[in-house]
Write a protein that binds this ligand. Structure first.
Ligand code: HEC
Ligand code: HEC
Length: 229
């Protein structure tokens, strides 16, 4: 038989050992979470963030869901665009993407480099899979038509959503464009081909830009769109 004193000792020591273990485990998992979530902030990253704010990039773009819905979300843009592309695009958008709707932000070279560092830092923050991957990079929803390469390459998913992937704005959701025409525009193959070739020629003032498309790209896109029922 244990004496009352012995019981007390066992209880106190048992509890103390357990608390130390628990504390150790908590500290360790917090350390792991922080290591995964937040890469170190360098001076360049901090400066890039202030350029982002000073230039009001958030007026048009979202980051972590905050900002304007006019332009693509930038949280993970550095996953799909490398530093050289971003540097060239931010210096002069139209030189990289003819017909782009992003105005030249008139950035000095140092600000461009700091922004690229900031975008790379943001990319490395573990957002638990958010935002959803754009269409094409995750394959296709089962039983649905597969997007042609041009859909991803021409940035269509930067403005349109299909089957829950891509951006919800400013373009309409195209999940059923083959069976449900959009807002006064036709959805026949002939009309869609004319639309994609030059949207502003059909609807002056539309936010959808005229994108450079080869005849083969145009054809693959039209066939894809009419199959979206
Ligand atoms: C007036 C609105 C507007 C402002 C302000 C603006 N952008 Fe944009 N940006 C756009 C639009 C629209 C696009 C998509 C254009 C396209 O794909 O042709 C875009 C595209 C981009 C892209 C390329 C996305 C991709 O993968 O194709 C990057 C990077 C970007 N913007 C960064 C910035 C940064 C950084 C700033 C601030 C210095 C900024 N933008 C300010 C409208 C804007
Ligand atoms: C910068 C944003 C933007 C990009 C990039 C863009 N669109 Fe659009 N798109 C729009 C907007 C906005 C509309 C709605 C037209 C309107 O009412 O002005 C639209 C409309 C459409 C429509 C409806 C036309 C109809 O006849 O029903 C289709 C289809 C379409 N886009 C396909 C595409 C494809 C394919 C691409 C890539 C090659 C693309 N879009 C790229 C913004 C965009």
């Amino acid at each position: 038989m244990m004496t009352e004193k012995a019981w007390q000792r066992t209880l106190v020591w048992g509890t103390a050992v357990f608390m130390v273990l628990l504390l150790g485990m908590t500290v360790d998992s917090l350390r792991q979470i922080n290591a995964g979530r937040t890469p170190p902030v360098t001076e360049q990253v901090a400066h890039g963030k202030s350029v982002f704010q000073r230039k009001n990039c958030n007026d048009c773009h979202t980051m972590f869901g905050i900002g304007g819905y006019f332009a693509p979300d930038l949280t993970k843009v550095a996953d799909s665009r490398d530093a050289a592309w971003l540097k060239a695009f931010l210096t002069n958008p139209a030189a990289v993407k003819p017909g782009t709707t992003m105005p030249n932000q008139r950035l000095v070279a140092a600000d461009v480099l700091d922004l690229v560092a900031f975008l790379d830092w943001v990319r490395r923050i573990d957002t638990n899979g958010w935002p959803p991957q754009p269409l094409g990079s995750l394959g296709t929803t089962a039983g649905r038509p597969a997007p042609p390469g041009a859909f991803q390459a021409k940035g269509c998913s930067g403005c349109h959503m299909i089957d829950g992937r891509g951006a919800g704005a400013p373009g309409p959701n195209l999940s059923h464009i083959g069976s449900t025409p959009y807002d006064g525009l036709a959805n026949t193959p002939e009309f869609l081909a004319r639309w994609l070739a030059d949207p502003p020629a059909i609807k002056p003032g539309t936010l959808m830009p005229k994108l450079p498309l080869s005849p083969a790209e145009l054809d693959s896109l039209v066939r894809y769109l009419v199959a979206l029922r």
